[in-house]
Design a protein around this ligand. Structure first.
Ligand code: EPZ
Length: 422
């Protein structure tokens, strides 16, 4: 198994260019199943999850040409030959559930294995299924609860209230409703920028969707969708991760190809910590060499609140800031797997339910740690950059699912990190 070897590094300095967003490109690729015409997705990040999604879409019968060196993925779903997502791929990647809506809309059938939970929580999909049923689909789950079968000759518009503004459920319902008969309204919809990016792509394909980015999305069904080309938005979580990398190392980094509007909560919290954050046409300059940082509290919320995906990297920063900080994770029920790894490095963190209390300012020391999940892995890497001595990070496949050229980008900023095959 490959691992990262990290030594204490100098303050990071220089500039980093952010890649296309993992959590945007995956629904965009699923949306390409809705049209017979060619779809071209640019700025697609070269990530494991993108490769898995390519294989999944190919298995359903679409033509896929992924040139990830050029960050381009072309998909032509002239005909869908299968409507069962292969189990081995669904188990590998939860986002496979995003083919549910497109398959149902395009073929009237979808058979999906129940996506597994993961390190950060049980991650049920009842809101996805509630949406499909509301649109007229017959949804059955086998006795073992492992296979979901959906069918519907013709989906019809409906008004659907989401008990929680689930990103994936919003995306699946939007995609299923594009060619439903009549109008669909999603209430309490997720407002994440990745939803807006998906809707922009669907509207280019001929869909008629309004309200993306608000809590109410209206979709007027159309007969067919045609192919389109689209540039993926920059990854706001990768942006936040590198902004925090500048802060934790007390360095100065220019983060380029970032949409400031998408990272407002992270910018606000870094400023509260005493970090200088300057937005310009070039990007976001994060400067943390102005002396002592100040502890602060964060509470994760659906967008536009502080993003849950930034909770663990930001916690790593807070372990290095003198004083007591509180973290409240309201989105996932088990997103503190990284705490025990940070404790191995000397961090003082107490967890009680959804709340974590950090006594920051103590010196972190190198240790052998695990990447417990994608963002928890990023957290221990950032901590390793400032810990005394050497840190070894195992299970780095989690990290490489969601950060393109992570090691190269950190090394270009002066990070002393290398990848080692066992
Ligand atoms: C997306 O996951 C992201 N993944 C996650 O990013 C992100 O953390 C999450 O949104 C929240 O922002 C992708 O976009 C591929 P949710 P998703 O449905 O769609 C509960 C990363 O690190 N819920 O908004 O699965 C669920 O259990 C990943 O890049 C239900 O209860 O998130 C969770 O507690 C991690 N029932 C909460 O909602 C449902 O039917 C948020 O889930 C669906 C969700």
């Amino acid at each position: 198994m490959a691992k990262y070897i990290i030594e204490k590094s100098d303050p990071l300095r220089g500039e980093v260019t952010i890649s296309g967003a993992k959590n945007a490109v995956l629904p965009l690729m699923a949306a390409a199943l809705l049209s017979e015409g060619p779809c071209v997705i640019r700025d697609a990040p070269a990530l494991k999850d993108v490769e898995i999604m390519c294989r999944l879409i190919e298995a359903l019968g679409a033509e896929v040409d992924a040139d990830l060196d050029q960050n381009v993925v072309s998909i032509t779903a002239k005909e869908i030959k299968a409507y069962q997502a292969p189990m081995d791929l669904v188990v590998k990647m939860r986002a496979s559930i995003l083919v549910l809506g497109p398959l149902l809309a395009r073929t009237g059938h979808a058979v999906i294995s129940m996506p597994g939970g993961c390190a950060i929580g049980d991650r049920p999909i009842e809101l996805h299924l509630k949406g499909m049923r509301a649109l007229g689909a017959d949804v059955t789950i086998n006795e073992e609860g492992s296979i979901i079968t959906c069918s519907c000759e013709q989906l019809r518009g409906a008004t659907i209230y989401l008990d929680f503004p689930s990103v994936g459920a919003t995306e699946n319902i939007v995609m299923a409703a594009c060619m439903a008969r009549g109008t669909t309204i999603i209430e309490n919809a997720a407002q994440e920028p990745e939803i807006t990016d998906l809707v922009n792509f669907l509207n280019k394909m001929g869909a008629r969707i309004k309200g993306a980015g608000t809590d109410t999305i209206k979709i007027e069904g159309v007969e067919k969708l045609h192919g389109a080309m689209h540039y993926v938005i920059p990854d706001r979580i990768e942006s936040g991760t590198f902004m925090v990398a500048a802060a934790i190392s007390r360095g100065t980094v220019l983060v380029k190809n970032v949409l400031p509007d998408h990272v407002k909560p992270v910018m606000a919290k870094l400023k509260e910590c005493g970090v200088e954050v300057v937005v310009s046409d070039e990007g976001i300059l994060v400067n943390a060499d102005k002396g002592e940082l100040i502890s602060t509290d964060i509470k994760t919320l659906p967008y536009p609140g502080f993003p849950t995906d930034m909770q663990s990297p930001f916690m790593a920063l807070l372990t290095t800031v003198e004083g007591t900080s509180a973290v409240i994770e309201t989105v996932f029920e088990n997103r503190y797997m990284h705490v025990k790894e940070l404790r191995k490095m000397g961090a003082s963190i107490k967890v009680d339910g959804r709340c974590a209390i950090i006594e920051g300012g103590g010196k972190l020391h190198g240790a052998k740690v695990n990447a417990t999940d994608l963002r928890g892995g990023a957290a221990v890497v950032l901590a390793g950059l400032v810990a005394e001595g050497r840190t070894e990070v195992d299970s780095i496949y989690h990290i490489e699912r969601g950060y393109e050229h992570f090691v190269e980008k950190l090394r270009a900023l002066g990070g002393r990190i290398r990848r080692e095959e066992d």
